[in-house]
Write a protein that binds this ligand. Structure first.
Ligand code: SDX
Length: 436
């Protein structure tokens, strides 16, 4: 990555009224200043210097990136410059994976090679299958997936050589290929069913559905409409710039940990209900509301801070999440096959009220990617415990693209934020007999 541009973007004049000193700070591309340029602002020469305080990184850029562009005010999302609407309409998940990982749409030959490589890496070592036997029968699929991905790092010790581009490429292809397999094995353990091995003649998404739902020797042919719907959902979840889990991937990756261990950390971040665990939380919320009659009382609960409207709100989007619009449209195609999920009526009523109620409008709270996705997943037969796993599979591509961009960025260093210490001043140790 080239260094951030400083020429010709102007400067910021800062006057420290404590000392009367004035400072000129370079403005970089895109109305950004370097935080380190604040450190020259001091009262005494031996001071540490000025820092910026930003819990939750609400106004801090951690990197320059070429992967994903979001305009939260306009509801714009583009992967490598291509609008998400066009990709959802015209592309496939593996083609979008190639675009996100390599930066360009593949030629036919490149696509054929990439699909072949992914298809040829879907199996996992048999010892990994034994690992699942160590979990309780009702273990959450995401907990099993995080553990199994981390365990994969022990099967590929060469993955530690993160500075070798070819080696990174092999590990990236392995992870993209094996995530559906591990997810399916976790699901089958949860259901007390024997695993179904990958079938190489099936597409990425059809193979995943087959490993999940085929029972015994009976043929299982997933409905092509559902296969396409899941492929579109995977496209929509593939990357989302510097979200919580991508930041976790980058922070872990900045210590040069192997990609399997970094990915396990990213998945752990995604698992939280404020992030990728929200789709599961939305389903629990809709089920708990139970009927349209209960919606007004629930909305009052949200306004009184007794409830949170899961699937609503976003740190970046202050307009409708473009992914939610596409998911809502896709849900109609799925319900044609599966029958309409009755929870959709409750979701639509919640949205109708929220889009006109000042409590939500004044806080820019709109449906995000998680609001409708769970309703589709449930209609397609996925158990709620699998929802965050269905987020993690496609987001593996985005995490790996962010990870590789970090390693290739000459400006990046090991992540080590500062703090503002507000604890005790120096004090002496107190022997036990004098405590009390
Ligand atoms: C994802 O970052 C990404 O890109 C993430 C993601 C991706 O693709 O990687 O898009 C995926 O994580 C989507 C978000 C899924 N999470 C949820 O749906 C959980 C519910 N939403 C939130 O908890 C919340 O909106 C966040 C976590 C998404 C954003 O939190 P912020 O930016 O820290 O906002 P905030 O909590 O400071 O809220 C601002 C105000 C507050 O009100 P006040 O205290 O100022 O009066 O809005 C309120 C909040 O109380 N608020 C909500 C709300 N979300 C925010 N009130 C009720 N219901 C909500 N859902």
């Amino acid at each position: 990555m080239a260094d951030s541009g400083t020429e010709g973007n102007g400067t910021l004049s800062i006057k420290d009224n404590r000392t009367g000193k004035e400072y000129e700070i370079d403005i970089l591309d895109g109305d950004v200043i370097r935080a380190m340029d604040l450190r020259q602002i001091k009262v005494n020469d031996d001071d540490f210097g000025m820092m910026a305080y930003d819990p939750g990184f609400t106004n801090t850029a951690s990197t320059r990136s070429t992967v994903t562009y979001i305009d939260g005010g306009k509801g714009i999302l583009r992967y490598r410059g291509i609008p998400i609407e066009q990709l959802a309409e015209r592309s496939s998940f593996l083609e979008v994976a190639y675009l996100i990982l390599k930066g360009e749409l593949p030629t036919q030959a490149e696509s054929d090679e990439f699909v072949h490589d992914i298809t040829m890496h879907t199996y996992v070592h048999e010892n990994i299958i034994d690992l699942f036997d160590g979990f309780r029968y009702d273990a959450h699929a995401m907990g099993m997936l995080i553990s199994s991905v981390s365990a994969l790092s022990t099967f590929y010790p060469e993955a530690k050589d993160v500075r070798d581009a070819d080696n990174r490429g092999i590990q990236i292809r392995r992870l993209v290929a094996k995530m559906p397999t591990l997810a399916a094995f976790a699901y089958r353990h949860h259901r007390g069913l024997p695993v179904i091995y990958p079938e190489n003649e099936l597409s990425y998404t059809a193979n995943f559905l087959n490993m999940l739902f085929r029972i015994g020797g009976r043929d299982y042919t997933p409905d092509p409409v559902l296969v396409r719907a899941l492929d579109v959902l995977f496209i929509l979840h593939a990357d989302h710039e510097q979200n919580c889990s991508a930041t976790a991937m980058r922070v872990i990756g900045s210590s040069e940990a192997d990609p399997y261990s970094a990915l396990a950390g990213a998945m752990a971040a995604l698992y939280g209900p404020l992030h990728g665990g929200a789709n599961e939380a939305v389903l629990h919320m809709l089920s708990r509301i139970g009927s349209l009659d209960n919606v007004p009382a629930f909305i009052e609960g949200v306004k009184n801070r007794e409830e949170r409207l899961m699937g609503f709100g976003h740190r970046v989007y202050k307009a409708y999440d473009p992914r939610a619009s596409i998911i809502k449209k896709t849900s109609e195609e799925v319900f044609e096959i599966t029958g309409r999920n009755p929870l959709l009526n409750i979701a639509l009523e919640l949205e109708r009220i929220a889009l006109e109620d000042d409590f939500f409008v004044s806080r820019n709270l709109y449906p995000n990617v998680d609001f409708y996705s769970g309703i589709i997943y449930q209609a397609m037969g996925f158990p709620v415990e699998l929802f965050s796993v269905l987020f993690a599979i496609p987001r593996t591509v985005g995490w790996l693209a962010q990870w590789e961009e970090l390693l290739e960025d000459s400006e990046q260093r090991i992540a080590r934020p500062r703090q503002i210490y507000v604890g005790s001043d120096v004090r002496d140790f107190v022997p036990m007999e004098e405590r009390g």
